[in-house]
Ligand binder design. Structure first.
Ligand code: NAD
Length: 366
């Protein structure tokens, strides 16, 4: 099979769909890999590295799409790429179709086979190709939060770890999922006092078992949230209701109960955010202030650390890429239930029910 890796052209996206290690494995299995020139530079991988691993470097994105049976990338195709996708071509990437009707229609029109990273699901119901990005975002949330707690950027002026003789900062984490646990771990590592809330007792029991004693679990409800926002310096939003908008756990009126300079990092912004006043921001302009509360809500946090994110993502995508290349998409999805769940659009037909529901389309197309 011919596998193509285009350079990401979405604003501020420096990740790449395959590392030289991935190229090496595919070539070893007898496949041809085309890499667009400079595609990996933002993640620290250069054309010479890919060539050494056995790839063929192509000059333009058009050549990569035109010459490949399967495209492996990171972000959903943006408008300039819609016309490049070929009929019967497999496109393996993040799509998030339910949030974009134009993208969905374009991929239906392309007659390609669209396999979405975010809907590949394992036996336990977890999403193995989403988890690494939540791990990155959860850990980053504390780095960013610590930075914006500094006074020159309008934070409270609190050092999360404290110093001898001065109490550490307090971090409130909403949600004890992947993001929440990684954030709690980082904050605890810095020496901060951490309170983590969830509605899932299994998650709270797990956190209680594995975290040090300065990470305290409590059940998530409005009473507890109102109590804690008054004296916590940094609040991390890591809540997820699968397939739905995140609940507004912090409402506009609650901002008034926080101290000036409190920082909110709402990682759940990509699902609408769990804070009423959250709106998506970018790495170029990541924060805004409402009622003296600093809001950080960058929708693609992992994009800022492309080296780590590319490695973390490709570690988990590569086994699926190899399976798709070795067996072809039909056999690969027939024999691998996780991969089958990744099928979203197949040759003009939407095969993932939630996408139809998101747009209120009649199931006749499924
Ligand atoms: N901004 C970014 O760059 C970025 C990157 C990665 C992930 N995310 C987003 O972060 C969010 C969290 O992802 P995750 O992988 O940790 O999800 P997850 O499913 O692992 O965890 C979500 C947790 O929220 C809990 N929860 C649900 N309702 C709650 C409530 N009312 N109070 C407290 N907890 C509640 C769930 O029980 C679960 O434990 C998602 O929206 C995800 O898309 C954003």
């Amino acid at each position: 099979m011919t596998v193509g890796v285009p350079k990401e052209i979405k604003n501020n996206e420096s990740r790449v769909g395959m590392t030289p290690a991935g190229v090496y494995e595919l070539v070893k299995n007898g496949h041809t890999v085309y890499i667009q020139s400079t595609a990996g530079e933002g993640s620290g991988f250069f054309d010479a590295d890919y060539k050494k691993a056995g790839a063929i470097i192509l000059d333009t994105i058009g050549q990569v799409y035109a010459m490949s049976d399967m495209i492996v990338k990171v972000k959903e195709p943006i408008q300039e790429e819609y016309q490049l996708v070929q009929p019967n071509q497999v496109v393996f990437t993040y799509f998030h179709f339910a949030s974009s009707e134009p993208l969905t229609k374009a991929m239906i029109d392309s007659s390609a086979i669209c396999i979405a990273y975010e809907t590949v699901e394992d036996d336990e119901g977890t999403l193995p190709l989403l988890t690494p990005m939540s791990e990155v975002a959860g850990r980053m949330a504390i780095q960013q939060g610590a930075k914006y707690l500094e006074k020159p950027v309008k934070g409270r002026g609190v050092l999360l770890g404290g110093v001898p003789g001065v109490a550490p900062g307090k971090v409130l984490v909403l949600g004890a999922g992947v993001v929440g646990i990684q954030a709690a771990k980082m904050a605890a590592g810095l020496g901060a006092h951490v309170t983590i809330l969830d509605i899932n007792m299994k998650r709270l029991r797990y956190v209680n078992d594995v975290m040090p004693p300065h990470v305290v679990t409590e059940f998530s409800n409005e009473f507890n949230i109102r109590k804690h926002i008054k004296d916590h310096d940094l609040i991390i939003g890591g809540v997820l209701l699968k397939g739905a908008k995140a609940p507004n756990l912090i409402t506009r009126d609650m901002l008034k109960e926080m101290r000036a300079g409190t920082v909110i990092v709402d990682v759940a912004v990509d699902q609408g955010g769990c804070v009423e006043t959250t709106r998506p921001t970018t790495h170029e302009d990541p924060v805004y202030i409402i009622d003296d509360v600093v809001h950080y809500s960058v929708a693609n946090m992992p994009g800022a650390v492309p080296y780590t994110s590319t490695m973390a993502l490709t570690n988990v995508t590569l086994p699926y890429v190899l399976k798709l290349a070795d067996l072809g998409w039909e056999k690969a999805t027939e024999t691998d239930a996780s991969l089958q769940k990744g099928l979203n659009i197949v040759k003009g037909k939407v095969v993932y029910e939630e996408i139809m529901e998101a747009f209120g389309w009649e199931p006749v197309m499924a």
